[in-house]
Design a protein around this ligand. Sequence first.
Ligand code: NAP
Length: 295
Amino acid sequence: MPAALIRGKDIAVTIQEELAAEVRHLQTMGIVPGLVTILVGDDPASQSYVRAKNKTAHALGIHSEQRSRPAATTEEELLALIAEYNSNSAIHGILVQLPLPRHIDESKVLAAIDPAKDVDGFHPVNVGKMLLGEPCFLPCTPHGIIELLQRSGVETSGAEVVVVGRSNIVGKPVANLLIQKRAGGNATVTLCHTRTRDMAFHTKRADILIVAAGVPQMIKADMVKEGAVVIDVGVNRIGESESGKAILVGDVDFAGVVEKAKAITPVPGGVGPMTITMLMHNTVQSAKTAHNIMA
Ligand code: NAP
């Protein structure tokens, strides 16, 4: 029997409805969560991500501002813009769209964001707190993956989880969240990367396989255990349809793996919609924290 689909798009809609209700409640207290997205340069993919973030924020009743700066913007100018929003009490979340032009030091920029407004969860303070299991902003894609698993009834406790990819934005943090001693964690985690000797040996042992490598359809059916849960984070453009729409595939060979797995996320419509949703979640949380509103 083909795998059940873990429809991130539907789960994201549910979470967004919960958030919109929370925003309406905050508005009755005169509180409007505020998000600023900062884009440097004119990369079309980044432009579309930023547009989508602002559109979602707007739909949920979150005040959102978009600041676009030319590719030639200096590091000092960008740091000054961040400083402006660090001290703007109407803004609870600051998101700098990555990647940045090469002449700007990404780590310096991320570290300049007030950790209390770091809704992307990339500031070293938040990364450290996440590692320690302390309350903090969790990075959006890894957090979205944990939410997908939990809301789909997939038990992580005691599960063998294999993560393919060790980036700072997906692989490392999701592995870290999965080992935390709490709900959505307690897994036994193996992290694979380009130096892993025999990847199929590991992936075939996985009860839950999470793939974030950026290599189109690299995970074939013979690399997956019968009955596994497969989370495909990859988003790869492999061409354009006749109407000019990008053709997207994941890092998993969906057609083959769907016949073997118990559950699988589609691409698109799987992890992607969760990433934006968790950004909205973090922005609402930040507004609540700023106004001393618990949980
Ligand atoms: P990244 O920074 O390029 O990292 C890729 C990781 O995969 C690296 O750790 C790399 O290993 C590993 N890797 C690459 N090829 C491999 C192979 N053949 N075998 C084993 N490991 C391999 O990528 P990323 O930013 O994490 O993104 C990964 C994918 O997820 C991309 O397709 C991206 O578009 C997608 N993504 C989606 C969302 C979403 O919201 N849906 C969010 C973020 C990313 P080394 O460290 O050894 O080089």
